[in-house]
Design a protein around this ligand. Structure first.
Ligand code: SF4
Length: 370
């Protein structure tokens, strides 16, 4: 399986560097003018835990310099929870007992209108792996409908071909989010028990295909908890670096999802604690200064308040992980995972303003999509 790894995805030189990690090397990584994977690995080491305050201050200063006092807000909208995939850690896997639903065009309109009413202009449409009920044509129609109301419509769904991404882009989709979940090919195969998602190499190539098709931005991430988080983080960095070099017209965004409680018995082998999460966010901000860093409502209100503007510059808010639930009257499905920060938009924006941060609901106009 290791032969599926391309040359650019080799974390070993950065992880097995024999140089000592001490106060000097950590400070030099914090203030490096051209940080790379080695600096990232140093900042993720447990020795860097003693410098967390300094890392936070540096991350805050960089965030302010590149993004001002703004936090851009988006909301996820599950259009369907049909899924042919078998991800062992997910409540929507095809072997889980679930009410399976998909939004009709009428329901989708009701949802986006309700979200628009709350002020949203940036919506992430989600669905599972391809099924007959919710395949490419269904998703494309959802994008068309949503982009009639919302300026920035992005998609988190199954892997597609370049031609499909082109069609989706023409329908109004500006960005794709697709996590590799884990960069460890053997573990990947074990966790993704069946379906197209089992193909590690095909998934790894998704961001390139989507960027080639003209997508403005690609959301990357690993599911924290599956494997050694330092190794995963270095691979994620290498992936971002490769894409930014190869597809310089597009941008990348990075998210930090930790495994949440869900249906099924899966227990993460490498649980990531709050302290490591903080180090990871600060390290990515220091090493990728102008890349948007995203934090979802998986995390608690306390943590999200602390990271807003301190590394993180993009956040979801008032999220639901059921199909429907914002505005349509139909039946709601079960949840993909539990949301932890359940605050409504007004409460969340009041928190941001109390920190002198400005919530931004619209930073893209659909007129640019042409
Ligand atoms: S993570 Fe996505 S593809 Fe995997 S089972 Fe869940 S919904 Fe399906």
């Amino acid at each position: 399986m290791a032969d599926v790894l391309p040359d650019w995805l080799n974390p070993e030189p950065w992880l097995s560097d024999d140089s000592v990690v001490d106060g000097d090397s950590i400070r030099s990584a914090i203030y490096s003018l051209s940080p790379g994977p080695r600096e990232l690995a140093v900042l993720l080491s447990k020795e860097a835990g003693g410098h967390i305050e300094e890392m936070a201050q540096r991350a805050q200063a960089i965030t302010l310099r590149h993004f001002g006092r703004t936090i851009s807000l988006y909301v996820p909208l599950y259009v369907s929870n049909y899924c042919s995939g078998g991800c062992i850690y997910c409540g929507f896997a095809s072997d889980r007992e679930q009410i399976r639903l998909k939004l009709s065009d009428v329901e989708l309109k009701a949802e986006v209108k309700a979200l628009k009413k709350q002020g949203f202009n940036d919506v992430l449409l989600l669905t599972g792996e391809r099924t007959e009920e919710a395949g490419f044509e269904y998703l494309k129609e959802c994008v068309k409908t949503a982009s009639g109301y919302i300026h920035n419509v992005s998609v988190e769904a199954f892997s597609m071909s370049v031609d499909e991404y082109k069609e989706l882009h023409e329908a109004g989709c500006t960005a794709i989010t697709l996590y590799q979940e884990t960069y460890n090919p053997e573990l990947y195969k074990e966790l993704h028990r069946w379906g197209q998602k089992q193909d590690y190499a095909y998934r790894l190539d998704v961001p390139s295909r989507a960027m080639e098709a003209g997508m403005r931005s690609l959301g990357l991430g690993v599911l924290l908890g599956l494997d050694d988080p330092i190794r995963e983080a270095v691979c994620l960095f290498l992936h971002a670096q490769y894409l930014l070099k190869k597809h310089w017209r597009s941008g990348v965004m990075i998210s930090f999802p930790r495994i949440c409680a869900q249906m099924g018995e899966y227990k993460p082998a490498y649980p990531v604690d709050d302290e490591f999460l903080a180090r990871m966010i600060f390290a990515f901000r220091i090493c990728l200064p102008d890349v948007p860093l995203v934090l979802s409502t998986r995390e608690s209100a306390r943590l999200r308040d602390g990271f807003a503007g301190v590394g993180i510059n993009r956040m979801s808010v008032a999220s639901k992980t059921t199909v429907g639930g914002y505005g349509s009257d139909g039946q709601e499905s079960g949840k993909q995972f539990e949301v932890t920060d359940t605050r409504d938009v007004n409460t969340f924006c009041a928190m941001l303003r109390s920190k002198d941060l400005e919530p931004v609901f619209k930073n893209w106009d659909s007129v640019f999509n042409a």
